[in-house]
Design a protein around this ligand. Structure first.
Ligand SMILES: *Cc1c(COP(=O)(O)O)cnc(C)c1O
Length: 200
């Protein structure tokens, strides 16, 4: 997936002409502005933190929300899915980095969410998998261990909650600086920005 945040429409159009169809943005407003200007067949991904009160803006068109980090947010997405008569595809963002600043669920919170009655009642969201961001560090072995951890959590969750579900299939991990490691550790979707569009 091509991360086009902060980049002008002209660059997105160039990528589109090369065949790129999956684009990711981290801000709701920028995502909506670009969606209105670009062709209909693009699959739009939200990769940045989503505030509950903004879910309504993306619900009509979003392809995949990578950054679900609470039950409350998932319930709001579900509500907007119902309003728009859509099944909204989501990834649960898991906290795997050692840095304090990153968003995401702790492993225990992830289980608690999936076991909750509230989650089981959500008919307009579909959990496709997990997303994680590794630490922003040169320490390759640490980054590898963080990706490995996400992959292991994915396998455990699949066993316990999604065993016969072919659509629980997505591990979103890896960016420009670490996607090769991520792929080696089982990533099924990398989120690459600056390597495609240049630095920000
Ligand atoms: C910006 C961003 C990326 C892409 O980062 P690059 O280093 O430019 O490839 C990937 N994932 C998330 C969540 C981001 O915010």
């Amino acid at each position: 997936m091509a991360v086009s945040k902060t980049k002008p429409i002209s660059l997105l159009t160039e990528a589109y002409a090369c065949g790129q169809r999956d684009f990711g943005e981290n801000k709701v407003q920028e995502l909506c502005e670009k969606q209105a200007l670009m062709p209909e067949d693009i699959r739009w991904h939200l990769i940045g933190h989503l505030q509950s009160n903004k879910a309504k803006y993306i619900a009509p068109f979003i392809w995949l929300i990578h950054s679900v980090d609470s039950l409350k947010l998932l319930q709001e997405i579900n509500k907007q899915g119902e309003k728009n008569k859509r099944l909204l595809q989501c990834l649960l963002q898991v906290y795997i980095a050692r840095e304090e600043t990153k968003f995401g669920l702790e492993e225990e919170e992830l289980y608690a969410l999936l076991r909750s009655e509230e989650y089981k009642n959500l008919a307009h969201v579909k959990i496709r998998g997990l997303m994680g961001m590794a630490s922003n560090t040169e320490a390759r072995e640490q980054v590898r261990q963080e990706f490995k951890k996400l992959r292991n959590i994915f396998e455990k969750i699949k066993q316990e909650f999604f065993l016969d579900d072919k659509n629980f299939d997505t591990i979103s991990m890896g960016m420009s600086g670490d996607y090769e490691l991520a792929v080696a550790e089982g990533s099924t979707m990398i989120r690459v920005g600056s390597s495609i569009f240049g630095g920000r």
